[in-house]
Design a protein around this ligand. Sequence first.
Ligand SMILES: Nc1ncnc2c1ncn2[C@@H]1O[C@H](COP(=O)(O)OP(=O)(O)OP(=O)(O)O)[C@@H](O)[C@H]1O
Ligand SMILES: [Mg+2]
Length: 235
Amino acid sequence: MILLEDVVKRYDMGPVSVRALDGVGLQVDDGEFVVILGPSGSGKSTLLNMISALDTPTSGRVVVGRSDLTRSSARERFAFRRETIGFVFQTFNLFPTLTALENVQFALDVSGRRADTRAGAAEVLERVGLGERGWHFPHELSGGEQQRVAVARALVTGNPLLLADEPTGELDFATGVQVLRLLTAHAEEGRTVLVVTHNREISRIADRVVELSSGRIAADGPPPGGRAEIDELHW
Ligand SMILES: Nc1ncnc2c1ncn2[C@@H]1O[C@H](COP(=O)(O)OP(=O)(O)OP(=O)(O)O)[C@@H](O)[C@H]1O
Ligand SMILES: [Mg+2]
């Protein structure tokens, strides 16, 4: 499903050049639940940006499904994102002038996947525990509630690849577990899920843990000690 070959992303900032990704090779199969770990600045968000076609590498190749993202036009990349990707941004990126319900509905409207997009959006908001918050604007929601709207917006289309950047960063244990259950259920339905986190405990429920360090893959394998169930987690 996902293939990265020798991907380099360099940012030239005046006299300073940052290699956010420094020769990353990675292959992820359909239906895998992958956790990406690594210190701040190690390239995790940059990696998600490459896989979602939000940004292009300086060199190397990125292929997702049948799309070679390093050879596609802006129009193809737009269609690719609409049809393939669900993205939970590290900073949520909710539309400030749309309500929670409209933020989620917007993703469904754009996808063209469902006729009754309002009902579909309400259903997924309910699943993240925000059935009563549909009419709130983002600034009228707590940080954790905004994060769950962002999760609902990414889940609602049912697109085959979900990329989530710290999706539980603002959540308490019980709410975080609720979100993780939705993400694992999403993967169990055959979709591919990549979750960036600083929380090593979460990596225990992954099929596979990829660790980044200074833009390179430092480790890649099953969680040490084997895969745990969500009920075994505590943080
Ligand atoms: N748009 C940009 N312009 C210039 N440099 C950038 C840009 N985006 C990221 N970087 C740099 O690239 C490196 C990797 O950034 P990235 O956001 O991928 O890290 P991260 O692993 O997601 O960190 P965090 O855990 O803090 O979110 C950092 O050193 C950062 O300063
Ligand atoms: Mg980041």
